[in-house]
Structure formats: C-alpha cells, structure tokens
Design a protein around this ligand. Structure first.
Ligand SMILES: Cc1cc2nc3c(=O)[nH]c(=O)nc-3n(C[C@H](O)[C@H](O)[C@H](O)COP(=O)(O)O)c2cc1C
Length: 215
C-alpha cells in the first residue's frame, strides 16, 4: 500500500448547508444539488450513480451501484431486472435506501423509503429510448444468476439477436423500473474538522419535518 490507510484523510471546506439556504421540503433541495453535481462532477463520475441497499428475506443487507433514471414528485426511479437478487429482495421486503456521493462538491444524500414497481407502460417508455445493445442485453442476461463463463453470456446474446433479427425488442416482463417513495432524505455537506452539516427531512403525517443531525 503506497499510503497507510490511517493517514488517508481530506478536510472538507468547499461549502456549508444552513437552514437559511435549505427549503422546507427536500425535493427542491435534491434537484438543486443534483443539478450542481451534474455541472460540477467531472467524468468518469456519473452524478446519477447511487448505491442502493436492499434487505433479503433473512434480514441481511446488500448494496450495489445503480443509475437513477427518473425523478419526479412521486419519487426516485431506477431500472433493473425484476428477477435479479435485488428484485427478489424487494419482493420479500419493499424497503430500500439509496446513497448519492458527489465527491467534488463534498456532498452525500441519503434517501430511504418504500419501493414499488412502476407500470409496464412506464418501463416500456424508458426501454424504448435505450440503445439497441442495452435492450438486447436486458433480454439476454439472467441478471444475478451463476453462468458458466463469458462464452455462455455471448451465446445468450447471439440467440437474442437472432430472435429479434426481424423486429425491435420490446420491454421484457422481467425488466423494468422501481420507484422509491421517500420517507427520509438527509443532506450532508462536508465541513472542516469533521463538523459537517447534516439536514434531515422526515415525512411525518404527510408533511416534511426538517431537523439538524450531529455529524
Ligand atoms: C456505475 C454503475 C451503474 C450501474 N447501473 C445499473 C442499473 O441502472 N441497473 C442495474 O440493474 N444494474 C446496474 N449496475 C450493476 C449493479 O451494480 C449490479 O451489479 C446488478 O444490478 C446486479 O445486482 P444484484 O445482483 O444485487 O441484483 C451498475 C453498476 C455500476 C458500477
């Protein structure tokens, strides 16, 4: 290791987050921070990449990186294979958490809530704007299953290409969107000497309550 882990640290001094510059509901603040992340984070950081945590039927947590693909007043939408591990977890336990990390801005956003499938029409509308290779991949890849080797995957893709040689691939039933409807959204802005700003929004009786958390 080139640098001892105990010596790896960075002081965060770029910005602050105060009650005075945060709205009373979190969607406007998320949208503002997201837009700033899109403008500020440099490639290859993808501003819409986030870590999604799910819990399996035995209460064990699992997390992985996904891309946020839609945001509206209802919630935060991502697309995946419904028969994947995460799909099976969400079937058993519909609660999930997502974390965005925007390192240049020294910001993190944590979102927690209940997840449900979007309509097949909504999934199909997004599926149709994906590149052909991604659409074929959604048909070809049995996501999260064990496969023998790379050749098996390429064979599955070849068979899928043949199947759709005369037609456009439509959205498979086993693929689509999930929308997380938030009950908690926390905005974290790094500050100097680990005295970070944390504004937490909680949905209480259909209204957002804002509170400051100790760092
Ligand atoms: C930057 C990045 C973006 C990703 N985006 C997605 C995505 O939008 N949908 C998806 O199903 N998997 C995506 N993945 C792959 C997932 O991290 C994961 O490997 C896959 O969904 C299988 O997870 P599971 O076995 O827990 O269900 C992405 C991975 C990375 C690193």
């Amino acid at each position: 290791m080139t640098q001892p882990l105990a010596d790896m640290r960075r002081d965060y001094t770029r910005d602050g987050l105060t009650e005075a510059n945060a709205p009373v509901e979190p969607f406007a603040l998320f949208t503002r921070w997201f837009e700033e992340a899109v403008q500020t984070e440099q490639a290859p950081v993808e501003a819409n990449a986030m870590t999604l945590a799910t819990v399996d039927g035995e209460g064990r947590p699992h997390c992985r990186v996904l891309l946020l693909k839609a945001l509206d007043a209802q919630g935060f939408t991502f697309f995946t294979n419904y028969e994947s591990d995460k799909g099976r977890h969400l079937q058993a336990n519909p609660f999930a958490a997502m974390t965005f990390f925007w390192p240049t801005l020294e910001r993190q956003v944590r979102i927690e809530g209940r997840v449900s499938k979007v309509s097949h029409e909504e999934s199909d509308a997004y599926f149709q704007v994906r590149p052909l290779g991604s659409r074929l991949g959604a048909w070809a890849s049995p996501q999260s299953r064990v496969i023998a080797d790379r050749a098996e995957l390429e064979g599955l893709l070849k068979a899928t290409e043949q199947r759709f040689s005369d037609s456009q691939p439509h959205c498979p039933e086993h693929w689509g969107g999930y929308r997380l409807v938030p009950e908690r959204i926390e905005f974290w802005q790094g500050r100097s000497s680990r005295l970070h700003d944390r504004l937490n929004y909680r949905l209480v009786d259909q209204a957002w309550q804002r509170e400051r958390l100790a760092p």
